[in-house]
Structures are given as structure tokens and as C-alpha cells.
Design a protein around this ligand. Structure first.
Ligand code: SF4
Length: 455
């Protein structure tokens, strides 16, 4: 029997990437053939992002692209856009199923269940491509309110390239920052069950993954009560397991290469975590802590729950405690009411900080967020100019950070070879290259950083 061919496209963040990887493995286990989305396929699943209005436009462009290539293709939209704009999505051409974040990890079941439906049977070999009016819309929209409860993920998040893999440990956010749609799309803070995190990590290690990147929306809020006694650590009193416990337990797994924490909020960071990183070589000396603005009044209007001084104090402590740590950040440029003086303050703060790089986001209005209504808006040309200043500054800071690491011994995880040079990342996020005739793919090698160039 011919297998149904299914392909996946991921928009947006690391969390979406990790979920898509798990879904691919789930569909393979269920007997589907997972193929490249550029090739011949029956179904395309787009794991959507809705963080900006551009993400929504990108989804529509993608759909048009897929239909142009294969007019009979069936499209399934899952994830954040599905959660927020479900009705609108089902009206798009060739879209046969819309599944929100609460239900998307059960997509295998949902697709298997609708396969015998006349609409889809006809569509797989015939013409009908959009839901007909006589079909209940409920059959094709699976979006419910996201509940605050711990979760498990039934499939491993192993990707084809096994060097590095994302491991989802948390979802949702309760912060409701003024510019952000994520809490509406991802729901309240909740955590993956502790045992399930361990199982997911073990699967990755066994499959040969050397670096695990812990992902979530707000991973510093990780906390669950384990169902069974943990394997390696004993806790007394507080039985709610935190991020530090996940790090300790995962780093004790035999064969674990290293663990990286993805983006983490300042309000959830502690000195205890820094001590853990400093004392455990399996934990990457790396933190990405969103700042968003270097001006207190802008931070307040954004709904961020820290001051610039608190941010500066923590970054200084991190640099003191963890030798060679790479700290990166996110900055939003042109938030409503950001004056020239407020921007200048942000610029000077970043320039004088030990931060190693920044991701610069030009503010754009997002319907459904609080800042959509805020005034005065900053002119687009001003936003672009300020963004360029910060991107240039980020490059300078990145180079300065690399120069500070020269002559230090670092561990590199090599990924691929090009023209005789192997490239890989150090635990503190420096891209290295080494001329070698040996096969270094997926090998961790301790070496001295000799020189800095722009690669
Ligand atoms: S912390 Fe703020 S910016 Fe981050 S996901 Fe939550 S609401 Fe969005």
C-alpha cells in the first residue's frame, strides 16, 4: 500500500522547531512517509508563528507557493496562528485542517481520523480542496482553550542532523508584555513532566545528539512535581522540580555532551543557576537574556518587570562568576513613545555592557496586543535608522567578545566540513573553524582559540 506523503514547514522559533521534529517522528511511527516540502507530497503541515503581522503574511505566501507547485496539495495549519486566528485560516485555499497549540501534538490522531472523510478522500486523488459548506466546521478546526497543566510529548525530537537538538521542557507565559501576542497563542505557563523530560533527553543522547538545547516560552518558570522518584538526585522538602534540577539530572546522563539553555527571562534567573553553570562543564557558558530596552520608562510601558540596573547587576555577576560566559540579548527598537534620548540610553547601556551580541527587532504593531493602541508611534524611517545603529554595535560587541577569548581553551562541537575546514560552535557560542583531514562531524574537541576572523 502506498504510504501517504506528508511534509512539514516550520515558521518562527526554536520551540516550533522542536515540536515539528517530534511530529515528524510521530508520523513516521504511524506509517506516513515524511518527505521534503519542496518535493511531491500529499499533505503539507505548516507549524505557524504569529509573533508579527509579517509572520501571518508569510504563511499566506507559503500557501500560495505550495499550491503553485502542486495545486492538489492539502494544507494543515497548526500552532500559534491557528490558536489566535482559527476561523480566518480555514478560509484560506487548500487548507483542510486547523489545529491549535493545545491539540497539535496529537496531530497524528487528528489526521488519521479525518482521512476516511469523503472530502479528504476525494481531495487526495481528486479536485475538492476547500471544506464544503455542508461539512461541519468543527471537524476541521481543533482549537480549544489552553489549560494550565503539565504535559508529556510522545515522540522524540531527534532531527536528521544529529549534532544539536531542541528539547521542549516548558510552554506558555503569564507575563503579558505589552507588545507580545505569545501568551494568547501559547497559553499559561506549564511544564513538561520531569520524567518525560528525562526520557526525551535520553532518546536524544542515545540517537547520538551531542548538544541539547532546552526550549520553551519562558523556561526559567519550569516547575513540576515528579510522578516517580528521580534517578540521580534526591530532594528533600521542596518537591517541585525546577530548571536547576532539570540541568543537574540531564547532565548526569551517561553520554550527554552538553546542555544549552535557550532564551531566559531575567526575572527567573538566580545566582544559584550561575553557580551551577560555573561548576558543571556539561552546561554551556551561555545565556540569552532579553533586555528589550535600556530605558526604565520604556521598560515600564512594555510591562517588563525589572529595571535597567537590575539587568546590569545580573549580567555583571554572571561575568564574574562564569569565566568566558557569552551573554546575548534581544532589543526592541521604536516601541511607542521611545524618544531619541531613550534610544540613546539604550545604545549607551549596550555599548558599555559586557554583552556579546544582540538580536535587534524593529517594533511593528501587532493586532491583539496592548501596544497596538499606544501612542505616539515612532516613524518607520527612525526605527530603521536606530535598528541599523544597534545591529552595527552588535557586530562590534561580538568581535570584542571573540577577541577576549583568544588563547583560551574551549570545547568545540564540530558540525560540517567545507573546503577542508571543519566548523563548529564552542559552548560559549563562538563559531570556530579548523583545518583537518579527519572526520570531525559531531565530535567534541577541546582546543585553543588562536585567532579571530570574520566567518
Ligand atoms: S515574557 Fe513577555 S515577551 Fe516573552 S513570551 Fe512572555 S509576554 Fe512575550
Amino acid at each position: 500500500m502506498n504510504k501517504i506523503k506528508i511534509s512539514f514547514f516550520t515558521q518562527g522559533c526554536r520551540l516550533n522547531q522542536s515540536e515539528t521534529a517530534s511530529l515528524k517522528n510521530g508520523f513516521e511511527e504511524a506509517g506516513f512517509k515524511v518527505v521534503d516540502f519542496d518535493g511531491d507530497t500529499n499533505l503539507v503541515v505548516i507549524n505557524t508563528c504569529t509573533v508579527t503581522e509579517k509572520s501571518d503574511r508569510d504563511t499566506r505566501l507559503l500557501i500560495n507557493k505550495f499550491i503553485k507547485k502542486n495545486p492538489k496539495v492539502k494544507i494543515v495549519l497548526i500552532g500559534c496562528q491557528a490558536q489566535v486566528w482559527k476561523e480566518k485560516l480555514l478560509a484560506l485555499p487548500n487548507v483542510v485542517l486547523v489545529v491549535g497549540n493545545e491539540e497539535k501534538m496529537d496531530l497524528v490522531g487528528k489526521i488519521k481520523n479525518i482521512r476516511p472523510h469523503p472530502l479528504l478522500r476525494q481531495g487526495f486523488g481528486g479536485q475538492a480542496l476547500t471544506p464544503s459548506p455542508q461539512v461541519e466546521r468543527g471537524d476541521f478546526i481543533h482549537v480549544t482553550e489552553i489549560k494550565k497543566r503539565s504535559f508529556t510529548i510522545p515522540y522524540a525530537s531527534v532531527e536528521k542532523t544529529r549534532t544539536r537538538a531542541n528539547l521542549k521542557i516548558q510552554d506558555g507565559c503569564d507575563n503579558y508584555c505589552a507588545y507580545c501576542i505569545v501568551p494568547y497563542a501559547r497559553g499559561p505557563v506549564r511544564s513538561r513532566e520531569f520524567e518525560d523530560v528525562l526520557r526525551g533527553a535520553l532518546e536524544l543522547v542515545v540517537s547520538g545528539v551531542k548538544e541539547i538545547v532546552l526550549t520553551g516560552v519562558n523556561i526559567g518558570n519550569y516547575g513540576t512535581h515528579p510522578l516517580n522518584p528521580p534517578l540521580f538526585i534526591q530532594k528533600e522538602g521542596d518537591l517541585n522540580y525546577k530548571l536547576e534540577d532539570v540541568l543537574r539530572e540531564l547532565s548526569a546522563i551517561e553520554g550527554m555532551g552538553r546542555i544549552r539553555i535557550s532564551s531566559i527571562e531575567l526575572t527567573t534567573l538566580s545566582e544559584k543557576l550561575l553557580d551551577l553553570i560555573a561548576g558543571n562543564e556539561k552546561l554551556c557558558r551561555y545565556l540569552h537574556i532579553p533586555l528589550q530596552s535600556g530605558n526604565d520608562s520604556v521598560l515600564k510601558r512594555m510591562g517588563r518587570k525589572y529595571s535597567v540596573q537590575e539587568y546590569a547587576d545580573f549580567v555583571r555577576l554572571a561575568v564574574e562568576k562564569v569565566d568566558g560566559i557569552c551573554i546575548g540579548t534581544d532589543v526592541i527598537v521604536g516601541f511607542p513613545g521611545e524618544t531619541d534620548a531613550a534610544f540613546q540610553e539604550t545604545y549607551e547601556f549596550l555599548e558599555n555592557s559586557p554583552l556579546a551580541y544582540f538580536h535587534v527587532f524593529s517594533y511593528s504593531d501587532r493586532a491583539g496586543t496592548k501596544s497596538f493602541e499606544m501612542q505616539p508611534k515612532v516613524a518607520n524611517n527612525v526605527i530603521q535608522k536606530r535598528s541599523k545603529f544597534l545591529r552595527d554595535l552588535s557586530e562590534k560587541k561580538r568581535q570584542e567578545f571573540r577577541v577576549r577569548q583568544v588563547n583560551k581553551t574551549v570545547t568545540v562541537l564540530f558540525e560540517q566540513e567545507k573546503n577542508g575546514f571543519w566548523t563548529g560552535l564552542t559552548d560559549n557560542y563562538i563559531r570556530m573553524q579548523l583545518k583537518s583531514e579527519q572526520n570531525l562531524e559531531n565530535k567534541m574537541v577541546a582546543m585553543k582559540l588562536e585567532d579571530v576572523c570574520c566567518i
